[in-house]
Design a protein. Structure first.
Length: 129
């Protein structure tokens, strides 16, 4: 019984150490047209899992429309784009997405949101590095 307690304590300390090493970055997404959608994103590097989890929250979207979020390897939604995922805005023009990018946080430089029907970014934000 005495061996189980120290082992459990060691596992708890190890998991806390890995969780503490997760880096994060935030981006404020600004509308690219007057009155367009805006929001924020948080990118958390899950080093143990080899991915970056991105949580996106948007407002001022066109209600009940499908959107796509893409991350970029350069600031200001330029460079190579990779689709993070898609989501549908609700009747109040609010939408959110949680998606994973198989990369490191240093590669995720910006994020853009576009209507799935035209794929033209309606908002963009650069992650603080």
């Amino acid at each position: 019984m005495h061996r189980i307690v120290p082992l459990a304590a060691l596992l708890l300390i190890s998991s806390l150490a890995f969780a503490a090493s997760d880096r994060q970055s935030k981006a404020q997404l600004d509308a690219l047209t007057v009155g367009g959608p805006s929001g924020n994103a948080v990118a958390i590097e899950k080093a143990q899992q080899g991915k970056v989890q991105i949580t996106l929250q948007m407002k001022n979207l066109t209600p009940n429309i499908d959107y796509v979020a893409r991350w970029y390897d350069a600031s200001s939604c330029s460079g190579t784009q990779t689709t993070l995922g898609s989501f549908r805005s609700n009747g109040q023009g609010i939408g959110h997405l949680v998606g994973d990018a198989s990369t490191t946080l240093s590669n995720v430089r910006s994020i853009g949101v576009a209507k799935q029907s035209d794929l033209i970014n309606a908002s963009c934000g650069t992650f603080a590095q």
